[in-house]
Ligand binder design. Structure first.
Ligand code: ATP
Length: 235
C-alpha cells in the first residue's frame, strides 16, 4: 500500500517556443509506488522528466516531500532526492561496475556500502567487478538504475530503462524493479514497453500532446477509450 505523498506536480507546463510540450499536468507520486508515465511519441514524457529534474524550465509547481523544488538547478534537486537515469547511458568503459557507481553519480560519489546495497537490490552483485565495456545492453540498463539507487533517492526517475532490451530481458528488469519497490524504493517510470509498464506499475499516467488524458491502475488505463484512441490515432 502506498504511503505519504513524496512528489507533486501541479499545473506543470513547458513550452519550446511555439510548441507546448507539457500542458497543465498535475499528478502525485506516493511513497512505495511505481508510477508509470506513458504516451505516444512526442507526448511530452521526457520533457516532463526534464521539468521535474530541473533540466528544462517549467511553469507550475513541483514539490518533493512538501518543499518546492521548481527553480532549483538539477544538482540541487538530485541532492534533495530526485535521482534520475537518462536514455543515453554514459559509463566509464574501462572502469568496473562498482567503480562506475562509486564515481559516476552526477551529484557526487557513493560509498562502497551504498554501491553494494544497490547492486544487491537489483540482484546484480556478480557484476561488481566486471568492466563496463563488457556489459550487455540489459546489464547497462540495470547498472544505470543501480547508480541512481546508490544515491538513495526519495523518488527514482527512470527514463526508458527497457530501451534496447528484448522481451525476456525486459521481464527480468521488471522483476528487479518490483523487488526494489518491495524494499521501499519509489519510482516514476517512463517506458515504451507497454508489457513492462502495465505489469509493474501501481498507477499509470497517460500523456498525449502534453496533457494528461487518463490515469489510474493498469486495468483502468487499459480499458480507457481515450487511451485506446490516443494509441490508435482515432479521435
Ligand atoms: P518519445 O516517446 O518520442 O521520446 P516524448 O513523449 O518523450 O516522446 P518529448 O520528447 O518530451 O516527448 O517531446 C514533446 C514535444 O516537445 C514534441 O512535440 C517535441 O517535438 C517537442 N520538443 C522536445 N524537445 C524539444 C526541444 N529541445 N526543442 C523544441 N521542441 C522540442
Amino acid at each position: 500500500p502506498a504511503g505519504g505523498v513524496l512528489l507533486t506536480a501541479t499545473a506543470v507546463g513547458v513550452r519550446y517556443g511555439p510548441v507546448t510540450a507539457v500542458d497543465d499536468v498535475t499528478f502525485e507520486v506516493r511513497e512505495g509506488e511505481i508510477v508509470g508515465l506513458i504516451g505516444p511519441n512526442g507526448a511530452g514524457k521526457t520533457t516532463l522528466m526534464d521539468a521535474i529534474s530541473g533540466f528544462v524550465p517549467a511553469t507550475g509547481r513541483i514539490t518533493l516531500t512538501g518543499s518546492e523544488v521548481g527553480g532549483q538547478p538539477p544538482h540541487r534537486r538530485a541532492r534533495a532526492g530526485l535521482g534520475r537515469t537518462f536514455q543515453d547511458i554514459e559509463l566509464y568503459e574501462e572502469l568496473t561496475v562498482a567503480e562506475n557507481i562509486m564515481v559516476g553519480a552526477s551529484h557526487g560519489g557513493h560509498g562502497a556500502e551504498s554501491v553494494r546495497a544497490a547492486l544487491a537490490l537489483l540482484d546484480i552483485s556478480e557484476l561488481a567487478d566486471v568492466a563496463a565495456a563488457d556489459l550487455s545492453q540489459g546489464q547497462r540498463q540495470l547498472v544505470s538504475v543501480a547508480r541512481v539507487l546508490a544515491g538513495r533517492p526519495r523518488v527514482a526517475l527512470l527514463d526508458e530503462p527497457a530501451a534496447g532490451l528484448d522481451s525476456l530481458e525486459s521481464r527480468w528488469l521488471g522483476q528487479r524493479l518490483r523487488a526494489a519497490r518491495d524494499r521501499g524504493v519509489t519510482m516514476l517510470l517512463v517506458d515504451h514497453d507497454m508489457d513492462l509498464v502495465l505489469s509493474i506499475c501501481d498507477r499509470i499516467i497517460v500523456l498525449d500532446l502534453g496533457r494528461v488524458i487518463a490515469s489510474g491502475t493498469p486495468d483502468e488505463v487499459r480499458a480507457d477509450p481515450a487511451v485506446v484512441g490516443a494509441y490508435l490515432g482515432t479521435p
